[in-house]
Design a protein around this ligand. Structure first.
Ligand code: NG6
Ligand code: CA
Length: 511
């Protein structure tokens, strides 16, 4: 009798706990690469003789690989701004590439993907590259770095403040610079601090990675940077150790929060310049340091997958892998990316890349995996990083307040690869400052450029020559490289897309 009762009780407990697990929303990990192009991964067609990405290829094989996955801008800061806020960056001035001493661009009180998930009971962390500014008017490097991620919904952060080609090379943990010695304060500025301060110009012959344009101010670790800084010697890191630092910190944080639910925004610096992966990855591809950095990124993804397996979390964790903008070869350093390219196509079949509103600028690798829940496959649905806020809120069953995250659409069923699920019916692409736009509606694509002095010209894939058109219309299924402007032949379509773009820019469309 007692035995029967015990059995009954234990079976009830098992059922009850699995019921609880089902009810609990999954952990969510966003893995965002930097400057990774559509064609840079094996699962998107990269030749394994040039670069191998076995971990990401496995992630894709175990989940959904999107062929129309987008980030919302062609540079870093605006894509990250819109990913976190669910608001197009062009709606807020000053959201182009952030400078070293830039203030926090996302102001406290803004609803974000992280604050929404926090409300749903998630532990939330940002680990990796931030590049969205810190501090009220400017970062107080030797004091409290506030506001920052902790004021907009993250419980914890461990960050590179801007990009690693911009000063300073230190980690920010929560509200301060890690390992900063008060006797050696950190100074960051845009003017040379003294005439004898060594720079990439005065000491060019000492550099281990030479610059090609810009990147010739303060030297750290044999590499010239954008901006000047002094002090903080104990807080500085070596570029080669950045990837390991992110992963060590991530492993500890996941371990600590394994009982979940948790949301991790993991922002790798690979494959942004200066490309200086750990020595163990250098020489692992035929593509030079750019390829070697792709391998380091792939390794990072593999480490996160291993950690989830070790902690038995893979079936309870949605991973979304994406990029912040399309690829670029020479982005200011002579690192061999151009010379060693061979027949590798960083943007796959698309034209343009980083800085461009042609498809290559924003159509990037996009993979979702949730073992046991997402059926493996390839999806041609349109999804965009701006949709994370509304989609993850739906997953966590938390309401998005009416005016919050206005440009974010709930495309959760498409992200989960549910059969018949529709993604977006349009996607808007902006360049760095929101001067040029792309708008894809179904199979049609409008490219609209505002002519101005010194503007980043859209170049033709065929001959690399700048195109002159201000507004051009392409039919993507026949012309993925956006070579044949069909605007004159299809004036109604051109008008329809132009007016939709104008409406989207002028309004804050409600979901
Ligand atoms: C540009 C930099 C480039 C890169 C980019 C931002 C020069 C000449 N070029 O101004 O190297 O840092 O800004 O890249 O300085 S992003 O991926 O963070 O948007
Ligand atoms: Ca980038």
């Amino acid at each position: 009798m007692r035995l029967a009762l015990a059995l009954l009780l234990s079976s009830f407990c098992i059922r009850h706990s699995s019921f609880a697990a089902e009810q609990r929303p999954p952990n969510i990990i966003v893995i965002i690469a930097d400057d990774l192009g559509y064609g840079d991964l094996g699962c998107y067609g990269a030749n394994p003789k040039a670069v191998k990405t076995p971990n990401i290829d496995r992630l894709a094989a175990e989940g959904q690989r999107f062929t129309s996955g987008y980030c919302s801008a062609a540079t870093c800061t605006p894509t990250r701004f819109s990913l976190i806020t669910g608001t197009y960056a062009f709606r807020q001035k000053g959201t182009g590439v952030a400078p070293p001493n830039g203030p926090a661009l996302i102001r406290p009180g803004t609803e974000t993907v992280a604050s929404l998930l926090q409300k749903a009971g998630y532990q939330t962390a940002a680990i990796g590259k931030w590049h969205l500014g810190l501090g009220d008017k400017a970062p107080d490097w030797n004091g409290e770095l506030r506001p920052g991620p902790l004021e907009i919904g993250f419980n914890h952060c461990f960050l590179l403040p801007t990009t690693n080609d911009r000063v300073p090379q230190v980690f920010v943990q929560d509200h301060g610079v890690l390992n900063l010695d008060a006797k050696d304060p950190l100074w960051v500025g845009d003017k040379q601090p003294s005439p004898d301060h060594p720079t990439g110009v005065s000491h060019r012959d000492t550099l281990k990675l030479n610059w090609s344009h810009g990147h010739n101010q303060t030297i750290h670790n044999g590499i010239g940077r954008i901006g000047f800084y002094t002090g903080g010697q104990k807080a500085r890191f070596r570029d080669e150790d950045l990837g390991d630092a992110w992963i060590n910190h991530t492993n500890q944080w996941i371990e600590k929060n394994k009982d979940g639910p948790f949301f991790l925004y993991f922002a790798s610096h690979d494959i942004h310049v200066p490309r200086m992966p750990h020595e163990r990855f250098q020489g692992s591809t035929t593509l030079g340091l750019r390829g070697d950095a792709i391998v380091e990124f792939d390794w990072s993804v593999g480490e996160i997958m291993n950690t989830l397996d070790r902690l038995n979390l893979a079936e309870n964790t949605l991973i979304v892998l994406c990029s912040d903008n399309g690829p670029v070869l020479d982005d200011g350093y002579q690192d061999g990316a151009v010379e060693k390219l061979g027949d590798h196509q960083p943007a796959g079949p698309f034209s343009g890349g980083k800085y461009s509103v042609l498809e290559g600028g924003t159509r990037t690798p996009f993979i979702t995996r949730w073992k046991g829940r997402i059926q493996p496959g390839v999806s041609d649905q349109i999804v965009c990083t701006i949709d994370f806020a509304a989609s993850f809120a739906a997953l966590a069953k938390v309401a998005v307040p009416e005016k919050a995250c206005p440009d974010s659409h709930n495309v959760l069923p498409a992200l989960l690869g549910e059969s018949g699920a529709k993604g977006r019916d349009y996607v808007l692409q902006q360049d760095n400052n929101g001067m040029n736009f792309g708008l894809r509606v179904g199979d049609w694509k409008l490219v609209r450029q505002k002519p101005r002095k010194g503007m980043q010209a859209v170049v033709s894939k065929k001959d690399n020559k700048p195109r002159s058109t201000e507004a051009a219309l392409y039919f993507l299924p026949d012309d993925p490289a956006e070579e044949n402007d069909l605007g004159t032949k299809n004036p109604d379509k051109l008008k329809e897309l132009t007016s939709k773009l104008d409406t989207l820019i002028a309004d804050k469309p409600a979901r």
